[in-house]
Ligand binder design. Sequence first.
Ligand SMILES: [Zn+2]
Length: 254
Amino acid sequence: MSLGNLPDRLLVIAPHPDDETIGCGLIAYETVKRGGSVWVAIATNGEDSRSGSRQEFIAEVRHAETSMATAVLGIKSKNVRWLNLPNTNLTAHEDQLVLLVEEIVELCKPNVVLVTASSDPHPDHAALGRAARRAVFATDPALFEYMVWGWYDPLSWLRILIRTRDGSASGAERPFGAVQFRSPEGLECKRRALSCYHSQLGPTAVKVGLPAGTGMLSHRFLSHFLKTSEVVFPVNTVARELIESGVTSDASDR
Ligand SMILES: [Zn+2]
């Protein structure tokens, strides 16, 4: 896809520290490179990512990793915001999330909001996607979803889409289509940003050229996101109109 219509004010909303880079690193990089502003709002501190570790310590580590990764992408530190909701339990805080998303949108006044898909197999990711739809769907910013765990587990993603194909109250109804952003030159930067997440990268990350870490993300998972393109799904009318306003797609790489 041509990036000529990239927004000048982009807000990436992520459930956990790392999802913003995994799902949107290239788009964030290109937006900054073209002189735009990027904000990142992270719903949780990722404190439950390890069993047996002190949650405060893990949260500190993940904040530090996010600071480094977003700096690599060119995002200003003051533009990284933490919503401080409990990790692995966003579904129970969906109403609160709606208010927090409304607040951050009011603060940043983005043209485009990117959020994890309401059809993502991870419950936290889906809850955040649903909350963003409730907060933004009918308003000005173009709302796009990005997929994380569905690329790794497409059967689960498909089951969710089939289960919700009639647009049920879950909010996981299908978006209008898929749009691919290509940035071959951004891949190296995204790779460096991902390398900052040492606590999340698994020992097999070396197989895809990332440092071996102590976390759970395998080379099989990571390989889906080390590409020269990222796919997003327009979910509201403003997003669809943005897509129809002249950008062209190129689906050859994903
Ligand atoms: Zn996540």
